[in-house]
Design a binder for this molecule. Sequence first.
Ligand SMILES: [Zn+2]
Length: 162
Amino acid sequence: MRQASVYLPTVFHIEPRITIVHKVTGISRRILSYTYFQLHGRSASGGAMKKSTVAITRNVTAFKETILFTICYQTAESLINDDEAQKVIVAFDAFKKLTPDSKLDFSGAWVVADDFRNKKITLIRCTKCQAAVLLNARLDPVHHCMYCKTPYKQHAALYSSR
Ligand SMILES: [Zn+2]
């Protein structure tokens, strides 16, 4: 089990849901809820967590934010030699510094990072304009580069290397 003291200050600072912290640290939900309440003076947000990236990227703004977060996560993955949770935290911190007004929250970022790690979504460079293209992150079977509109088949992600 990870030491709670390592996680709590950072994790609670960005307000993820109790579920995630519980999963990562193994600390009981009751204690986590209590600690959260002590720190913030209110209860942690409840509700069901989003289960896949596709559920998060329903509109274009959310999709762009997801691409940006994925880039942050990919960078964190290559730079940090720590456990997965720490990578998500660092990536989310960087993401929030870049886009303070973004709607993607920590639990959404957690789901995106999970999908990326499990290769359910893939980040490639557009062959024409070099922009970042996130494949398999939306329901449409064909994805167009956000900038130059070059089409990419979503399932191409299965064959591309990362
Ligand atoms: Zn392009």
